[in-house]
Ligand binder design. Structure first.
Ligand SMILES: [Fe+2]
Length: 255
């Protein structure tokens, strides 16, 4: 049996070691709680049994457990400049059997750790059994939903300078091509115009799995809200209109 009240209390206890007056820490606490909720919603939409719904919910709660250590030590959420927070999350739970604070039984340990390790990867590792793959996909979708929510409803990370760069930029042709092909954009290390990072987030729709997710994104108009925040140049506006149409059509077809 999974006791989510206990798990949530333990989670709040763990994050109380970090200073929630720091915006980034507070943001990740709230993100974790929302992803917890969305993981539950997705699991319910799939008609999973109660134990499976609770397991998905628990994974959602814990998926970003390494973010707190990451920001405290490195002052960044960039895995590239610090550590892989999916891998580290699984390690944190493993260390001194910390995972037992959140769940009494050890029968789901591998599923939990594998789902957390994979949630931030471009693609989920090959060779997982069906059940593990299911939970890895659930938390990935739940995380994506909240990334869209944050990008559309909150505007925490754009400075005036960045907004100016976005509005003056033009979407790179290869990014546009990837979106036309309904593929998620891979973040390479090439120096990119700022506007490309917005398109990269929008392209996450092509890396989602469940009807619930497609519907939620469409009903909340997340993509248009994200893309329409900016006053683009005429030529770029045409690119963005096309991207919005491609994504809208893609989502509509999925539901
Ligand atoms: Fe994450």
């Amino acid at each position: 049996m999974i006791d989510l009240e206990v798990a949530k209390n333990e989670f709040m206890n763990y994050v109380s070691n970090y200073d929630s007056s720091i915006m980034e820490i507070d943001k990740k606490i709230k993100h974790s709680l929302r992803v917890m909720e969305q993981s539950k919603n997705i699991a319910q939409s799939l008609n999973l049994n109660e134990e499976q719904i609770n397991l998905a919910t628990l994974i959602g709660l814990l998926h970003d457990i390494a973010r707190f250590e990451q920001f405290s030590q490195y002052k960044t959420f960039s895995d590239y400049r610090s550590f892989d927070h999916g891998d580290r999350g699984a390690k944190i739970l493993e260390k001194d059997n910390f995972i037992r604070k959140f769940i009494q039984t050890d029968e789901y340990d591998e599923i939990i750790k594998t789902a957390i390790r994979n949630h931030n990867k471009f693609s989920i590792e090959e060779g997982l059994d069906e059940e593990t793959l299911l939970f890895a996909k659930i938390v990935k979708d739940a995380d994506k939903i909240d990334i869209f929510y944050e990008a559309s409803e909150l505007m925490l990370w754009h400075t005036d300078e960045e907004i100016k760069q976005i509005e003056e930029g033009k979407v790179s042709e290869d990014y546009l091509e990837t979106i036309k092909n309904h593929k998620c954009i891979y973040r390479d290390e090439q120096k990119r115009p700022k506007i490309d990072s917005i398109m990269l987030v929008a392209s996450f729709v092509f890396d989602t799995n469940f009807k619930y997710t497609f519907k939620y994104i469409l009903e909340n108009n997340f993509i248009n809200k994200i893309l329409d925040k900016f006053n683009y140049k005429e030529e770029t506006r045409k690119q963005v209109d096309l991207i919005e149409k491609i994504i809208h059509d893609f989502l509509s077809e999925k539901i």
